[in-house]
Design a protein around this ligand. Structure first.
Ligand code: SAH
Length: 348
């Protein structure tokens, strides 16, 4: 059985044409799947009974189970735990802003990048998510909370560029008018810095907003924090970031998680500023979110302010990221933690 929501419009059109269907059928099926969002082929009432049966024999319409739904105490953030048929589960975070809703989706079950401070990677990679599993995180989050999502960030569990083919196919579907019809500018992808993949993404000319998790002012500190830094030199990463920003003519977001005593000194800020000079970038400072497995702490509010000021003195644009959803473990680096802990207890 083929997962119909993992097929692009052209891929489905080709299959239906080979089956002798009229060419307008693909548009009809897409409408049922993505506008009406039916759960079953039998509901596609403008198709003949025979065609509906043939579709049902050949394809299935995915539908993840919502294993848990939590809303933060301020009502601004919600977190859903989606379970898939093979027993894997991922988290999706909905953030409601005045100007529209943003969803943060996961791209892999688990992660193999091993960043020291991140809870999502502690149990390694389980598997890549499929195109439909990424689309469904949008579709079923909209349904669950009766919202229309305008922005998507690929910043949940997983390294999106480590699941390159599915992620780029997902972006093609999400931005296709006949599918979700999101604006490509409303989609941003966050990566720990797989340099050749960023280059590939640029060469595809999708125009996606890019965020790069840098977290350090030099290779030495970066290697202490992120194993991926052993593979890519920061100078190569930043050269590619510059290329990417020059091509989109928009700033790349540099994610920088502040960790007490590791990367938070004024000197670190000045070194970071010197590395970012000449690059269209904006630095997002993220206070480290605590996790049980990691002994590191966030700096004091005064130290964070000093770090921000030191960057600004060097004329680097920067902000401290607003914290959302920490009370439901929905903040950066906290995803899946609670689920994993519960699962471990249950397994024991
Ligand atoms: N793999 C991608 C996207 C997922 S992580 C990436 O590395 O960018 C999303 C962001 O949260 C990254 O910037 C990541 O470094 C940050 N993050 C992870 N754990 C964190 C923690 N404990 N506290 C603060 N930020 C964290």
């Amino acid at each position: 059985m083929t997962d119909i929501k993992s097929l692009t419009f052209d891929a489905l059109a080709e299959i239906l044409a080979a089956e002798g269907c009229e060419s307008y059928r693909t548009a009809q099926v897409f409408r049922w799947l993505y506008k009406d969002r039916v759960a079953d082929f039998s509901e596609m009432t403008n198709l003949s009974a025979k065609l509906r049966e043939r579709l049902a024999d050949r394809f299935f319409i995915s539908r993840p189970e919502i294993l848990r739904s939590q809303v933060s105490s301020d009502g601004e953030t919600a977190k859903l735990l989606y379970g898939f048929a093979d027993g894997n589960a991922v988290e999706t975070v909905l953030m409601k802003y005045k100007h529209g809703s943003t969803v943060c989706i996961s791209t892999q079950a688990g992660c193999r990048m091993g960043c020291r401070f991140c809870a999502s990677t502690k149990r390694g990679l389980k598997r890549n998510l499929t195109v439909s599993e990424m689309l469904d995180q949008i579709i079923f989050t909209e349904r669950q909370f009766c919202v229309k999502i305008s922005n998507v960030v690929l910043m949940g569990t997983g390294e999106p560029l480590d699941n390159f083919d599915n992620v780029t196919a997902f972006i093609a579907m999400a931005t296709d008018e006949r599918c979700l019809g999101l604006s490509v500018r409303g989609i941003s992808l966050s990566t720990c810095g797989l340099v050749e993949r960023i280059r590939q993404l640029r060469e595809m000319r999708l125009g996606l907003t890019l965020s790069v998790s840098l977290h350090a002012p030099n290779d030495e500190i970066r290697r202490r924090i992120m194993p991926v830094a052993a593979k890519y030199k920061m100078s190569d990463l930043l050269a590619e970031v510059k290329e990417y920003a020059d091509y989109t003519k928009r700033r790349v977001a540099i994610e920088y998680t502040l960790i007490k005593g590791i990367n938070d000194s004024d000197e670190n800020a000045r070194e970071l500023a010197s590395k970012l000079r000449g690059i269209m970038a904006h630095v997002n400072l993220i206070p480290l979110n605590p996790s049980k497995e990691c002994e590191w702490e966030r700096p004091s509010p005064a130290r964070m302010r000093a770090f921000l000021n030191a960057l600004e003195r060097e004329h680097i644009s920067a902000t401290v990221r607003r914290e959302l959803g920490t009370d439901i473990d929905a903040a950066c680096g906290q995803l899946r933690l609670r689920y994993d802990n519960e699962k471990e207890r249950a397994d024991a």
